[in-house]
Ligand binder design. Structure first.
Ligand code: TEU
Ligand code: CA
Length: 562
């Protein structure tokens, strides 16, 4: 594509605005050596599947050496591949395979924290005066208590006392994930070096884990009470955050034509331009959590409405000007399956609602991210007991909430079935053979979803009406439709509780997207004397043309050119 000063509808054209990204969670994608754990050679063996689907960029969740306290988000060595996932030559072969197919790869950059088994931390614990003593955030005890009241996302205090050094260290996540001290220039230098190490291999960018948390207020004031349930807004407000991101851009990113996407927990819409306004030279785009948090409060599930969902997209479109770019995603490895959350996972409507969500994901403004298995319409796992889970977040919360009898176990499990991160981490369902073709081992690291005989890639590739083939058609359509990327967005009926209906317009190119988010058959009169034009696509047999009124089937999606 063309870049540089070329614009579309006022936006500077960039390759990363026009691509569709597919997220791979290596542990659960494909096992190649029968140990029950997905690996890099497994991914390489499935590249043709991904190419056929039509995605452009693959994002790999962490593939680095790790003791796996948090499935690779606790890194022990940034320059080594996780032994379970393979070797550096395996990584190189994967990247080569991706390039040969004209796709790109971004990797996860997890540098707010490391593993406590990283050599920097092992050394840092030993003394207050060594080379590595200031690589982490150490503070003395505060009258027999931790330095402040900050809490960890994985339950309990964010401070743990290290007996060897006799001080507390900060960990916003698990005890085994100590936070790096970004105020130490040596730490920042280490991070820039390891970024260059992977860039030199030819990767195309980074997804940056909890990047807004890297700068901390050195005085560590207590988190105010009103933020107790959402300390991320405090953690993301460090004084030097933007200074460090601009330095990272200057030192590293400016020298490469790569994309960056920051996981922006704790960042409000109002603060977004500080990260992504192109004139500031920080990141290209960030992930906001408004949509995936719509139906939850912590581990608790809560009901949501379609007008609330639409209001989020409208607000983003209104507030972000032509210098900013956004992302669209409905799930990832930290969230349940979108069909179960925002669609209808029942046998009757699973496929239909998955197609409605696919249409929305691929026609809203922003770079879309598809999480593995969502292209098959995979659904949440029927967890029945605590032992069914693997996630440290779940296990720690169980200890903190259930074992202390604050929460009743049945209540906790009821919510976890709908909100747990493990819902999206069950193995990919490739075919109807034992363990869904994910592994030849008797027992995969996390159980395969019992639905695999009905929901699997082999079956869906063969069925022209499958969710997979619908995604494929949508991806082809998006590739040739610049209006879906840069076109103006207008929500025609924000208050409608069942229907999401909007236009995307780029000069003469105007599309009407109609999404029935309900099991109702709907008759809908178009507003403003609008007429439908040529039907480009219907997910469920819609046929009419040039109508003033629409007759929609339950969970039907349509796209018209008007
Ligand atoms: O996620 C941070 C994050 O927002 C979640 O862990 C969040 O606390 C959780 O989803 C709430 O239910 C990133 C990674 O994506 C996640 O997998 C890691 O566990 C975490 O950072 C620590 O690296
Ligand atoms: Ca394996």
């Amino acid at each position: 594509m063309v870049e540089g000063s070329i614009t579309a509808n006022g936006y500077t054209r960039k390759w990363w605005k026009e691509v569709v990204v597919y997220q791979i969670y290596p542990r659960s994608f494909q096992d190649s050596n029968g140990d029950g754990i997905g690996d890099l050679n497994g991914i390489t063996s499935r590249l043709d599947y991904l190419k056929l689907l039509g995605v452009d960029v693959l994002w790999l969740s962490p593939h680095y050496d790790s003791p796996n306290a948090d499935n690779g988000y606790d890194i022990r060595d940034y320059r080594k591949v996780m032994t379970e996932f393979g070797t550096m030559p395996d990584f190189d072969a994967l990247l080569k395979g991706i390039k040969e197919r004209d796709m790109k790869m971004i990797v996860d950059l997890v540098v707010n924290h490391t593993s406590d088994e990283h050599v920097w931390f092992v050394e840092s614990r030993k003394s207050k005066t060594g080379i590595y003593s200031d690589y982490y955030i150490w503070r003395p005890e505060n009258n027999g208590r931790p330095p402040n009241n900050w809490t960890s996302f994985f339950s309990g205090s964010a401070w743990s006392k290290d007996l060897l050094r006799g001080e507390y260290y900060l960990h916003l996540f698990a005890e085994k994930q100590p936070d790096l001290n970004w105020d130490n220039p040596k730490v920042r230098g280490e991070v820039y070096d390891l970024m260059k190490f992977w860039l030199a291999k030819g990767i195309d960018g980074f997804r940056m884990d909890v990047i807004p948390f890297i700068s901390k207020d050195p005085h560590f004031p207590d988190c105010p009470k009103e933020y107790a349930a959402h300390p991320e807004y405090i953690y993301a407000a460090g004084p030097k955050l933007h200074q460090y991101l601009q330095e990272m851009h200057r030192e590293v990113l400016a020298k490469y034509n790569v994309m960056t996407v920051g996981e922006a927990l704790g960042v409000t819409l109002e603060q977004t331009p500080l990260f992504v306004d192109e004139r500031r030279h920080e990141l290209n785009m960030i992930f906001h959590f408004d949509v995936v948090r719509l139906n939850r409060q912590g581990w608790r599930w809560k009901p949501w409405t379609l007008p609330e969902l639409k209001a989020i997209y409208a607000r983003f479109d209104r507030e972000l000007d032509l210098n900013n770019w956004q992302t669209v995603f409905l799930s990832n490895h930290d969230n349940p399956r979108p069909v179960s959350s925002f669609g209808d996972g029942s046998v009757m409507y699973r496929e239909r609602s998955a197609k409605v969500l696919a249409t929305m994901l691929l026609t809203l403004k922003g770079t879309p991210f598809i999480y593995q298995g969502d292209e098959l319409g995979m659904i949440n796992y029927p967890f029945s007991k605590i032992e069914d889970f693997d996630d440290i977040e779940v296990k720690n919360a169980w200890k903190a909430e259930v074992l202390t009898q604050r929460v009743n176990p049945e209540e906790y499990l009821f919510h976890l079935r709908k909100t747990s991160r493990d819902n999206s981490r069950t193995p990919m369902q490739w075919d109807d053979s034992p363990n869904a073709g994910f592994t030849t081992a008797a027992k995969p690291w996390l159980a395969v979803h019992p639905s695999y005989q009905e929901i699997n890639a082999k079956q869906e590739l063969a069925d022209p009406n499958s969710v997979y083939n619908y995604f494929k058609t949508m991806l082809e359509l998006r590739k040739k439709t610049l209006a879906f990327v840069y076109g103006d967005y207008r929500d025609l009926d924000p208050d409608n509780p069942f229907l999401f209906i909007y236009t995307r317009t780029l000069a003469e190119d105007k599309f009407l997207i109609v999404l029935n988010f309900s099991t109702n058959t709907l008759t809908y009169s178009l507003p403003d004397g609008l007429r439908t034009g040529q039907l480009v696509l219907s997910s469920f047999g819609g046929q009419e043309e040039n109508a003033l009124a629409l007759h929609l089937a339950a969970w039907e999606a349509r796209i018209y050119r008007i």
